[in-house]
Design a protein around this ligand. Structure first.
Ligand code: SF4
Length: 286
């Protein structure tokens, strides 16, 4: 798909998804501190924004401050991530980030970066291990640094592959570039939210639920699956004969091989025993 047609296609996808899903208006106003955006990004990858928001609230409510999170055990941090996939891995990422941040700044804020040019801020942030994740980087750009970024996690990538936008090679950074060129900044957050709805509603893992997807008419995967289904349906010859027969005519369907044949008279007669000598005396008349 050429870049221009990808942009048009993604615009159509956006419009169709907007018809189906109601995106909360506050998503336009979401703005987090850099630190919060890092934690949010770690929590949001492969989950929903409600889950990520809940986790962020739990860290704020259940821990005294970010320093307490830093000195907590992985199990304690995991308690704020109940119901998340890979909670231990996420807890470790969060703690590592807070430790690195404290070692470098003796504090828990990175908000001075908001005033710097984006490139400069990203250079500083790239020294933190958490920023090895393209998803976390894009989340921080989008929600804290005021730049244009569209975070792509595995679920979004899967949906975009099915839609023919993402290449099969799985290059997330390249895919993000395509999306960011095609979707304008002022629609970026809404686009992300709509895609998230799609990946948790119909474009799910395993078998996507294409028949009730708003994108089924524009999605190549849905079209292929439909073609495959109609190709695997074997034509029913007998049924055709019956339909074509004039009204009132009874057409007997030809028995198939699997169908049991009606026994003939000969078949009804019991076969003689293989070795009559072995049989007992035949019963005489009484
Ligand atoms: S039509 Fe099917 S494969 Fe395509 S986006 Fe919708 S659910 Fe996913």
């Amino acid at each position: 798909m050429a870049t221009q047609s990808k942009a048009q296609f993604l615009n159509d996808v956006h419009t169709l998804l907007k018809k189906r899903y109601k995106v909360k208006p506050e998503s336009d106003a979401t703005r987090l501190s850099v630190l919060e955006a890092v934690i949010y990004g770690i929590c949001h990858q492969g989950t929903t924004r409600e889950q990520a928001n809940q986790a962020l609230s739990r860290f704020k409510d259940e821990f005294f401050d970010w320093n307490e999170v830093r000195v907590s055990t992985v199990e304690e941090i995991q308690s704020a991530l109940a119901g998340f996939p890979n909670p231990e891995e996420r807890a470790q990422q969060i703690r590592r980030f807070l430790r690195q941040l404290f070692e470098r700044t003796y504090g828990f804020t990175l908000d001075a970066l908001v005033k710097k040019p984006l490139k400069e801020s990203l250079k500083v942030l790239s020294e933190y291990e958490a920023f090895q994740s393209d998803y976390v980087t894009a989340t921080v750009i989008q929600l804290a640094l005021g730049g244009h970024a569209i975070p792509v996690d595995e679920l979004t990538q899967r949906a975009l592959q099915r839609l023919g936008v993402a290449d099969a090679d799985g290059d997330v950074a390249a895919l993000r570039g395509v999306l960011e060129r095609a979707v304008p900044k002022n629609r970026g957050l809404e686009f992300c939210d709509l895609l998230e709805e799609l990946t948790h509603d119909t474009c799910v893992a395993g078998e996507p639920i294409c028949p009730r997807c708003e994108l089924k008419k524009v999605c190549p995967t849905a079209r292929n699956r439909k073609d495959e289904t109609s190709n695997t349906k074997a034509p029913k010859v007998e049924a055709k004969v019956e339909t074509m027969a004039p009204k009132g005519t009874q057409v007997k369907a030809k028995p198939t091989q699997a169908e049991p044949q009606k026994p003939t008279k000969a078949a009804k007669t019991p076969a003689p025993p293989a070795n009559p000598a072995k049989k007992g005396k035949p019963k005489g008349p009484k």
